[in-house]
Design a protein around this ligand. Structure first.
Ligand code: HMG
Length: 405
């Protein structure tokens, strides 16, 4: 029998500040229901300058790395499209701060929101060949389109960390997957721009097209998936996106009525049923780019009362540009125990709401780039890592300790 490999631990870091989407809509002169219902977002996570992809990634990974893992982790793979350095990988900071052994390798991966999925598969393949070893995968991003832009209500920030091992506690991943590349300009960011360029409507259409192509391929080559997949997780740039893809798929199915295998129709109905569980957390956060698919997975695992160990889930990954892939995983016996629910609920409850003026001020803040020494004040919760100093264009991180710590 093949060794099972997959996600042994998974953890989400939520930044401590947010903006209410109803208030943002009012400030932008938009009917709040467009953001709350049409786009499907209630709150949007906001970061200030002391919270960057490294500090978020560290905060996601720190709680799931135990002492004995440090000598077993051979790779730290960091997926992001919000890098602040063209050369040095964000993973190198995590490698040091988490105390991973010196002979591990650490690097960064990019393909828009698809990056973490590539990282996850590299990690699984590595462990399949070396079942005693582990790999840490981190997805960390700050999604920003600019103030008062069309993309503004689909911003957000956060990080996901996943520890990959044999006999995982959460989700065992299958080796086979269906992937697709289509060279397009739906969302991209040339190196001279602060924010991405986006063809909003086209991006949603392309997402739908990629989803339908992948499902067509699944129906042609892996029809059994339609029998076995209890739920389907989507990359969720906003909570309505996966629903739009399912609707586009339904239109496609209707156009084929008569020639369709009934399995496909039944599967579609099952996926629609669990969809509300998938979006519960993301609605309170926004787009976290490459971690979004995995935030949806956490939400489904936390809220999906109809799920049981042994159920199979599909993971539909999409990254603009565009690359898409459907992975398949099987829920493991201890998957509920492995989720740090108390921590997530505490963080959601402890967040500080920003006024629109405060959000706009934070949004426009920039870190000094003069190469001098700058000490930065923490804005995170006690115990969290933050960017504490910039000195000679180098970044330094530490945990925020209060006097009582
Ligand atoms: P928009 O043009 O402002 O919004 O852009 P809209 O006019 O399409 O309206 C949105 C929805 O609200 C519509 O529903 C309206 O009917 C509805 P739909 O037709 O879609 O079902 N609506 C209302 N509903 C209730 N009450 C009302 C009301 N008014 C309108 N009063 C868009 C929306 C998402 C395009 C924009 O925000 C955007 O460009 N976002 C960024 C791009 C994006 O997220 N694209 C998604 C696919 S690409 C992707 O996922 C990759 C990505 O994550 C990047 C990466 O890979 O790195 C983005």
């Amino acid at each position: 029998m093949k060794t099972k490999v997959g996600i042994d631990r998974i953890h989400f870091y939520l930044p401590p500040k947010y903006v209410d989407m109803g208030l943002l809509a009012e400030a932008r002169g938009v009917d709040p229901n467009k953001y709350l219902i049409g786009i499907g977002q209630e709150k949007m996570a906001v970061t200030d300058a002391t919270i960057d992809i490294v500090s978020m990634g560290l905060n996601a990974a720190y709680p799931i790395i135990q002492e004995e893992d440090k000598d077993l982790i051979d790779q730290v793979i960091f997926a992001t499209e919000s890098a602040f350095d063209y050369s040095k990988a964000a993973a190198t900071y995590l490698h040091e701060s988490l105390g991973i052994h010196a002979f591990a390798k650490s690097y960064e991966i990019k393909e828009a929101c698809y990056g973490a999925t590539a990282a996850l598969q590299i990690a699984c393949d590595y462990v399949r060949l070396r079942p005693e070893r582990k790999v840490l995968v981190v997805a960390s991003d700050i999604a920003r389109y600019g103030l008062a832009t069309g993309g503004e209500p689909t911003q957000g920030a956060g990080a996901i960390a996943m520890l990959i091992s044999k006999n995982p506690s959460v989700l065992a991943l299958e080796e086979d997957s269906i992937s697709l590349t289509d060279n397009q300009y739906d969302f991209w960011r040339p190196d001279y721009l602060d924010y991405p360029l986006v063809e909003g409507k086209f991006s949603t259409q392309l997402y739908n097209q990629c989803f339908i192509k992948i499902m067509e391929e699944a129906a042609n080559k892996h029809l059994d998936l339609f029998d076995t997949l209890k739920g389907l997780c989507f990359h969720l740039p906003f909570s309505k996106m996966g629903k739009k893809a399912l609707q586009a798929y339904q239109d496609y199915l209707n156009s084929k009525e008569g020639s369709l295998d009934p399995k496909v129709v039944l599967a579609f109905n099952r996926w629609l049923e669990v969809y509300p569980d998938l979006i519960q957390i993301g609605k309170q956060v926004g787009n976290i780019y490459t971690g979004s698919l995995y935030l949806g997975l956490i939400s489904l695992l936390v809220n999906g009362t109809a799920l049981n160990a042994g159920d199979k889930l599909g993971l539909f990954s999409y990254g603009s540009g565009a690359v898409a892939e459907l992975l398949v995983g099987q829920l493991q016996v201890d998957y509920r125990k492995a989720l740090k629910l108390e921590d997530l609920n505490k963080r959601l409850a402890q967040r500080q709401e920003l006024s629109i003026e405060e959000y706009e001020m934070i949004f426009s803040e920039k870190l000094p780039n003069d190469g001098k020494t700058h000490l930065l004040e923490p804005s995170v919760l006690p115990g969290d890592f933050y960017l504490t100093k910039i000195d000679g264009h180098r970044r330094y991180y530490q945990q925020y300790k209060t006097q009582t710590d």
